[in-house]
Design a protein around this ligand. Structure first.
Ligand SMILES: Cc1cc2nc3c(=O)[nH]c(=O)nc-3n(C[C@H](O)[C@H](O)[C@H](O)COP(=O)(O)OP(=O)(O)OC[C@H]3O[C@@H](n4cnc5c(N)ncnc54)[C@H](O)[C@@H]3O)c2cc1C
Length: 431
C-alpha cells in the first residue's frame, strides 16, 4: 500500500460508502462522516434501478427540448426555475453547451466501460459480506401512451450502439405489456422491453453497505456536518466539523452528493455539481409489479419495494435544501394516473424529495484533486446507485496504488486529463 492507511470519507451515500468499503478491502482504516444517517441524501428515495444499458449522459438534445418547454410549464418533468443564482446559471450554460450530439457521444463513450462492469460490482459487494441483494428486472418495461413516441428511446438505443454499447430490447404492444404486467393500464399503447437489467431496494442496500463497513472495523460518524477540509501537508488532512477538528487522516474522499461544491472548490474543482431534484412516494397496488416500469413520455419511474410500488420522477434544478414542493408530487400523480392500473395514487406514503448530483457534462467527478490527499467521489447524476459501487471500487484502487484506472480517466474531477474516445473504446472491447 502507498502509505495511505487512514482515510476519512465525507458523505454516507452510495458513492461514499462503496468507496469506504473498497478502501477497507485494500487495508485502509476508514472513518465516514455524514451530517445525517447513512443514505440520508439522494440514496434514500431513488428508484433503485440498476440499468447500465440505459445509463446515458443527462445533457442531450432531447432533454434540452424538455428544459426549454419547462420554462413555460412548472408541471413539466424537467424544471429550470427563473433564477438569479449564479451557480445555477453557470450550470445551465454548461449543460446547454454539452447538449449536442457530438458531446453526448463523447460522454457516452466515457460511460460505456463503466456501464459494462457496473452489475459485477454489486456481486463483489454481496460476495464480500454486504447483507443485501439485487433482483433481476425481468423484463424492464418502458410503456408509451402513443406508439409514435417509442422512436425517441429507439433512437437513443441507436446512439448508444454507435458509441459501442448494446441494449437488448424488443418492441411489444400494450396488450402484450399488460399480459406480462397487469399494472400497465389500458392507456399504454406500446412498450419496449429491456433485458438483462436489475434493481434493488435503495435504503436497504445502502444500510447494508454501512453495516458491513462498521462490521469490518470502520467508523461511521452520524449527525456530523463537515464544514471544511484542511490539507496540512505531509501530516495529512483534517476535517472541521463545527468548532472541533477531526484527524489527521492520510487522505479524504469528498462524497457529499449535491452539496459537493463548497468542500471541493479549495482543491481546484470548479465543475459545478447542481442538485437535480427528484420526487418519490410509495403507493399500494392490487398486484405489485415484479420489475420496474418506466413511462418515458412523462419521465415517471416505478419500482416494486416490498408490498408497495415506489413512484418517482421530476428533474428540478434548484438548491438541494429547499422544501418539498407538493405541486411536483401532484404532477407525478397526474401523469401516472392514466398509465397505471390497480394502483391507489391517493394512498401515498413516504413523500420525498432528493437531489441527484448533476454535472454539466453528464460525467461523474471521481479521482484526485489538486491535493494528493484530497479525492472526490460524486456527480453521478441520475446513475449514482448503478455506478456508485464500481466507481467507488476504482477510486479505492487509485487512492491506494496511485495509478488511475483507465475507466476513471474521463471522470477526473479537474477534467485535466485528455482522453481519446477511441482509445477507451478499444480497451473496453478487449477486456
Ligand atoms: C427521484 C430519483 C430517482 C433516482 N433513481 C435512480 C435509479 O433508479 N438508479 C440510479 O442509479 N440512480 C438513481 N438516482 C440517482 C441516485 O440517487 C444518486 O446519483 C445517488 O444517490 C448519489 O449518491 P451520492 O452518494 O453521491 O449522494 P447522496 O446519496 O446524496 O449522499 C450524500 C451524503 O452526504 C451527506 N452530506 C452532505 N453534506 C455533508 C457535509 N457537509 N458533511 C457530512 N455529510 C454531508 C448527506 O447527508 C448524504 O447522506 C435517482 C435520484 C432521484 C432523486
Amino acid at each position: 500500500m502507498s502509505g495511505i492507511r487512514s482515510v476519512a470519507v465525507v458523505g454516507a451515500g452510495m458513492a461514499g460508502l462503496a468507496t469506504a468499503w473498497h478502501l477497507q478491502e485494500r487495508g485502509a482504516q476508514v472513518t465516514v462522516f455524514d451530517r445525517g444517517e447513512p443514505g440520508a441524501g439522494s440514496s434514500w428515495g431513488n428508484a433503485g434501478w440498476l440499468t447500465p444499458a440505459i445509463a446515458t449522459p443527462l445533457p442531450e438534445p432531447a432533454v434540452l427540448r424538455y428544459g426549454v418547454r419547462a420554462l413555460a410549464s412548472p408541471s413539466s418533468p424537467v424544471y429550470v426555475p427563473p433564477t438569479a443564482d449564479p451557480r445555477l446559471a453557470r450550470f445551465v450554460a454548461g449543460f446547454v453547451r454539452h447538449s449536442t450530439t457530438g458531446r453526448w457521444q463523447r460522454a457516452m463513450t466515457a460511460l460505456l466501460p463503466l456501464n459494462e462492469r457496473a452489475l459485477e460490482a454489486f456481486e463483489r459487494l454481496e460476495a464480500g459480506g454486504v447483507a443485501a441483494s439485487t433482483a433481476p428486472a425481468d423484463p424492464f418495461i418502458a410503456g408509451y401512451s402513443d406508439v409514435r413516441n417509442v422512436k425517441v428511446l429507439l433512437d437513443e438505443f441507436a446512439d448508444i450502439a454507435e458509441a459501442g454499447g448494446t441494449v437488448d430490447h424488443e418492441l411489444i404492444s400494450g396488450q402484450e405489456a399488460r399480459r406480462l404486467e397487469p399494472t400497465v393500464s389500458e392507456g399504454v399503447e406500446a412498450a419496449i422491453l429491456i433485458r438483462g437489467q436489475r434493481y434493488l431496494h435503495p435504503i436497504e442496500f445502502v444500510a447494508a453497505v454501512a453495516e458491513s463497513v462498521r462490521g469490518r472495523g470502520g467508523d461511521i460518524v452520524t449527525g456530523t456536518s463537515v464544514r471544511s477540509v484542511d490539507d496540512i501537508g505531509a501530516a495529512g488532512v483534517r476535517l472541521r466539523t463545527g468548532d472541533t477538528a477531526a484527524g489527521p487522516f492520510d487522505a479524504v474522499v469528498i462524497a457529499n452528493g449535491a452539496w459537493l461544491n463548497d468542500l471541493v472548490r479549495p482543491f481546484g474543482v470548479r465543475h459545478v455539481v447542481q442538485a437535480g431534484r427528484g420526487y418519490s412516494f410509495s403507493v399500494p397496488a392490487q398486484s405489485v409489479p415484479r420489475s420496474p416500469l418506466y413511462f418515458p413520455e412523462v419521465r415517471v419511474a416505478c419500482t416494486p419495494l416490498g408490498n408497495r410500488l415506489r413512484v418517482a420522477g421530476m428533474m428540478e434544478f434548484r438548491r438541494p435544501d429547499e422544501p418539498i414542493d407538493p405541486r411536483r408530487i401532484q404532477a407525478i400523480v397526474d401523469s401516472a394516473r392514466e398509465l397505471l392500473h390497480g394502483v391507489d395514487l391517493e394512498d401515498r406514503r413516504d413523500e420525498w424529495v432528493g437531489s441527484r448530483p448533476c454535472t454539466a457534462d453528464g460525467l461523474p467527478l471521481v479521482g484526485r484533486t489538486t491535493s494528493p490527499r484530497v479525492f472526490v467521489a460524486g456527480g453521478h447524476g441520475m446513475w449514482g446507485i448503478t455506478l456508485g459501487p464500481l466507481t467507488g471500487e476504482l477510486l479505492a484502487e487509485q487512492i491506494v496504488t496511485g495509478e488511475v484506472p483507465d475507466a476513471l480517466t474521463p471522470l477526473d474531477p479537474l477534467r485535466r486529463l485528455d482522453w481519446a474516445p477511441s482509445r477507451l473504446r478499444r480497451r473496453s472491447a478487449s477486456r
